[in-house]
Design a protein around this ligand. Sequence first.
Ligand SMILES: NC(=O)c1ccc[n+]([C@@H]2O[C@H](COP(=O)([O-])OP(=O)(O)OC[C@H]3O[C@@H](n4cnc5c(N)ncnc54)[C@H](OP(=O)(O)O)[C@@H]3O)[C@@H](O)[C@H]2O)c1
Length: 290
Amino acid sequence: MSDSKLVVVAGATGYLGGHVVEALHRQGFRVRALARRREKLREVESFCDEVFVGEATELQTLDGLFHGAFAGFSSIGIRHFRRRPTFREVDLAANLNLVEQAELAGTARFVFVSVLRGDQLRGVSPLIDAREQVVDRLHTSPMDSCILRPTGFFNDMSEYLTMSRRGTAWIIGSDATRLNPIHGADLGELTASVLQAEPMPAERNVGGPDILSQAEIVRLCAQALQREVRTRRVPGWVLRGVGAVLAPLNPNASALAKMFALLAAGDAVGEPIGKHHLRDHFAALVEANR
Ligand SMILES: NC(=O)c1ccc[n+]([C@@H]2O[C@H](COP(=O)([O-])OP(=O)(O)OC[C@H]3O[C@@H](n4cnc5c(N)ncnc54)[C@H](OP(=O)(O)O)[C@@H]3O)[C@@H](O)[C@H]2O)c1
């Protein structure tokens, strides 16, 4: 028997997964969080009903993870430049392990996080390809699945603030490229709502409420810091070149460089949702750092 309120959250120790845990808890779901090490959940643990300690990359450690659960969610993936583990081991293989375990347990629904328009961006970066291969697998599954395809998260936008503190912010491609970054809490709310939707939507390409050019994002940083910030441009071809050179040496760094180069290829704007504004996020970061 599955508990219609029990959701397994993989990625709970990360930025998005932590917000998903909190949103599900607030909306009356019961949360079973997967963590490699319990202490990495930090304050998010107070929103978890159960903690399952396991390694998503090691199938044999996942026995029972989905037992009795009505749904699963995964935002597991790498965002580091180290050589190991590779995105193939984490973004692809670990997520396939989770899908397989959820199916075996008779889980009804699965929500997976890919990237904005990832289905149209196959071949651009092997990291996108890896996530889309998980999407392909979900499409052959008896589980109902929903693919969340968000644009950049607020945690990644903090990089603009870090650069701005030093006085120079690097912009990829054109100043005018627009995106609508989204807060993890808004994606958490979306996850809770799709899990309750009848029928569950097959996918959502989403972003935050403010559509901003890269130059406007740097201006928000300058306002929050109350200082002048210069901008410098790095053309997309440079990042694609770096990505190509790094491919045999460090597949993770290569794949990430090719992802960043996407910002030079045009706007990254999803359906605007949510209520969190980047201006407030930068102001809060600056305040916390005083
Ligand atoms: N950030 C963005 O702007 C953005 C935009 C669109 C889509 N996305 C997608 O959303 C995903 C999640 O983003 P995020 O910002 O929440 O990332 P994050 O904060 O780095 O969280 C990543 C999660 O994956 C887990 N993980 C990493 N390596 C692992 C491994 N070897 N074995 C098991 N678990 C592992 C982490 O667990 P540990 O804490 O144990 O390391 C963590 O829970 C990304 O990977 C990306 O595909 C991100």
